[in-house]
Design a protein around this ligand. Structure first.
Ligand SMILES: Nc1ncnc2c1ncn2[C@@H]1O[C@H](COP(=O)(O)OP(=O)(O)OP(=O)(O)O)[C@@H](O)[C@H]1O
Length: 128
């Protein structure tokens, strides 16, 4: 995927997480240890997802909490309840844990950031 930034045409890396993909341009929010991006299903791009990217750097103490969060998400997903956000997939890499979730559409509308640098510098250990 290519994006125009200033006058230069820059290549935007598409990151694949199983059947899903996202680019780091499409930020929808951030928490203490994670950035959340808008992504899509590769075979059906009209199906949007939220991809939470948790940086492993500096979160050794929080990693147990992350394991618990993923376990809880799995259990909640199995309930198939309309008021609960489902987890579609999760993937581990040397530097990040990726959690692919059903999107909460109200967040897409109200929390889209345009200035990426404003967000990335607030997330500890994050490298854009
Ligand atoms: N499934 C989702 N759909 C749409 N937006 C989401 C989704 N999950 C998270 N977000 C957005 O990303 C932001 C960060 O989420 P994240 O879970 O990383 O942190 P948090 O729950 O807000 O805070 P903390 O880091 O304390 O857990 C949320 O505030 C929300 O705006």
């Amino acid at each position: 995927m290519s994006v125009v930034k200033g006058k230069a045409l820059m290549k935007m890396e598409v990151i694949q997480v199983g059947e899903y993909e996202f680019t780091k341009q499409d930020i929808i929010g951030h928490g203490a240890f994670a950035m959340v991006y808008k992504g899509r299903k590769r075979k059906n791009p009209s199906q949007s997802v939220a991809v939470k990217v948790v940086t492993k750097k500096g979160i050794q103490k929080a990693s147990e909490i992350l394991v618990k969060e993923i376990k809880i998400l799995r259990e909640l997903t199995a309930l198939h309840h309309t008021n609960l956000v489902a987890m579609h997939d999760c993937m581990d890499s040397p530097s990040y844990v990726y959690v692919v979730m059903e999107p909460r559409l109200e967040c897409f509308a109200s929390r889209h950031y345009h200035d990426i640098s404003e967000v990335t510098k607030t997330v500890s250990g994050y490298r854009s």
